[in-house]
Every structure is written in C-alpha cells, then in structure tokens.
Design a protein around this ligand. Structure first.
Ligand SMILES: Nc1ncnc2c1ncn2[C@@H]1O[C@H](COP(=O)(O)OP(=O)(O)OP(=O)(O)O)[C@@H](O)[C@H]1O
Length: 308
C-alpha cells in the first residue's frame, strides 16, 4: 500500500487541513501516525480510506484510488473509526455474524472472539457495553472480513491494561500474518513498542518520520546520534551556586526530599561528557545515590518536535 497526500480539503473544498503529508505504509508492517490533537491524523486516514477526496496530491490504496474504487477494494480493507461507528441496538454476535456473511472468506468468528476476549458480552446490546468493550467489538468488526490491511484510529483509547495487551498481541499477530496496519495513537509507549515506521504530524504536515531507532537516534538538530539521557539521585539538595557551576543544564526530574532530588542531564553525548559531569560531582561532594542511563524515547522526540 502506498499513499501520498499533498493537500486535502473538506468536501466543499474550502478548508485546507493537510499540506505536506507524504506517507507510505507497507504490508506486514505497523505504521503509526502520532501528533497532537488536531494535527491531521484522522484526516490522513480518511483520505487513505477514500472517505475524503484530497483537492491535490495522490492517494493510492492497494494500487487504486480509494475515493473512486468500488466495494471490491473496500472488502480488502478493515477500518476501525475513532468513534466506533457501531450500530447501537444490535448485539455483538449478531453484528459480527452479519459482517462475516458480507465477506467471501471471513476470519473464523470464534478465534476472533477468543483473541479479543469478547465472549462475556456477545449477547449484550452494543448500547449497553462499556467504552472499552465497544472498542474491542469495533476492532473485531474491522477484522472479521480478514482484510489485507487495516486502519485503526486510536485502537487502544479507553482500554484497561489487560484489554490493551490483547489488542497489542492481535496487532502483532496481524503483522506476522503479512497484513499492513496503519494506526493512530496518543500513547507514545505503545507507538514505540509496536511501530515499524512512525510518522509525526504537526499542523497538517509530516514533521518527522522513520523507524523508532532512527527517530530516537537523530531527532533534533542539536543532538548527535549518540545522545543518551542520564539521570541521577542527588544525595542532598543541590545549591544554586552548584547548579551554576554544572557543566550541563540539569533538569529537575522530581522534587527534593530529605535524601535530595532526582536530576536529568539530557545531553550526554560522549564519555568525555560523563567525565566532566563526574568532575562536577567530585568538586561539590555530590556522590549520587543512584545513576541511570537511558536511550531517548519516542516521547522525547515527540516533545522536541511538538513544542512551539
Ligand atoms: N470536515 C472538516 N471541516 C473543517 N475542519 C475540519 C474537518 N475535519 C477536520 N477538521 C479540522 O482539521 C484539523 C485536523 O483534524 P483531525 O481530526 O485530522 O486531527 P487529529 O490529528 O486526528 O486529532 P485528534 O488527535 O484530536 O483526533 C482539526 O483542526 C479539525 O478541526
């Protein structure tokens, strides 16, 4: 699957929402779109699915223009919308059975029920389900046709940790079966865990894209690929004069208690930087109670690119 959207607009062609979205998603991969509220994630998915027609640019879905394509293309694609889009007065089993009959070779219903742990509420009217239960039914409805690719708009929003694990496992199963998955999420840990490719959208444009390791290794012009984040627990409060003497900007990670505070040093790029920091500890008699060292996360990159 490939699609590139130059500019998209509403059906009346008056509102420019996307300008600068060039995105390719591949079969057998999880492509994750992240970005602040209103960045254009749902609009990008709507263009890709053929629900909106871009006023400029091209969109290709499984080699076809999704806006003009017919039912045959739609049958190959699974879609889970942000608001669920489920009929409220039917029961999940009835709905899933019905959707299955619309497809030539549906996903075995009992297997999907088990994977998403739906059995306890299959006979309850959808209107009466909890948000997380509805979410899982919506995911099952997107998958029952055994699609070649799926679009999932915030699939884990509102799920409890157990249900989220089920959804993660199912997404990994889809990937290993060669299905393409395009999803949006606000959970950056989830994105980091699942994504083969990440696109960060801001104000209707892609501002960064790449694999998680590409993004966490190189985002931000001032950072080299060796950037790590070090944090340490100070044995006591650090004075203003000591802070002024520090070789790097220190960030307060947690508030001071009797044992001192936890400080972050975001810009350690070499052993020489570490030596300088250790000299500062030595000069000030600050032998840390604990030190940890972490690679930057997708969340760090997200904050860098989304801060004004
Ligand atoms: N039909 C429309 N007409 C006018 N403006 C729209 C339309 N649809 C979306 N927008 C605007 O376009 C922008 C992008 O919306 P979109 O729903 O794609 O964002 P999003 O990244 O999915 O946000 P969220 O994280 O809140 O779901 C928003 O400012 C929204 O108000």
């Amino acid at each position: 699957m490939r699609y590139a959207v130059g500019t998209a607009s509403s059906a009346r062609g008056v509102t420019e929402i996307l300008a600068g979205v060039d995105l390719t998603a591949r079969q057998g991969e999880v492509t994750v779109i992240i970005g602040p509220n209103g960045a254009g994630k749902t609009t990008t998915l709507s263009c890709a699915q053929g629900l909106l027609r871009p006023s400029a640019g091209t969109v290709q879905l499984l080699g076809q223009d999704p806006y003009r394509a017919g039912a045959q293309l739609r049958a190959r694609v699974g879609v889970m919308l942000q608001d669920g889009g489920l009929p409220q007065s039917v029961k999940p089993r009835t709905l899933l059975k019905h959707v299955a009959t619309l497809h030539r070779d549906p996903w075995p219903l009992e297997d999907l029920i088990e994977r998403l742990d739906l059995s306890a509420f299959l006979g309850t009217t959808i209107r009466r389900l909890s948000g997380g239960q509805k979410q899982r039914v919506a995911l099952a409805a997107a998958l029952i046709g055994d699609p070649e690719l799926v679009f999932l708009d915030e699939p884990s929003a509102g799920l409890d940790p157990q249900s989220r694990q089920l959804v993660f496992a199912l997404i990994e199963h889809l990937r290993s079966s060669g299905i393409g998955i395009v999803l949006t999420t606000h959970l950056l840990e989830e994105a980091q865990h699942l994504a083969d490719a990440v696109y960060i959208l801001k104000d209707g444009a892609v501002v960064r894209h790449g694999t998680v390791s590409e993004l966490t290794g190189s985002a931000g012009e001032q950072h080299s690929s060796a950037v790590r984040r070090l944090s340490f627990a100070a044995p006591r409060a650090v004075t203003r004069a000591e802070l002024d003497d520090a070789p790097f900007a220190l960030e307060l990670d947690s508030h001071a208690n009797r044992a001192g505070a936890r400080w972050g040093v975001p810009s350690i790029t070499s052993p020489a930087d570490l030596t300088e920091l250790a000299r500062w500890w030595e000069r000030n008699g600050l032998f840390p109670a604990e030190i940890s060292f972490e690679a930057r996360t997708l969340e760090d990159v997200f904050w860098e690119v989304s801060s004004p």
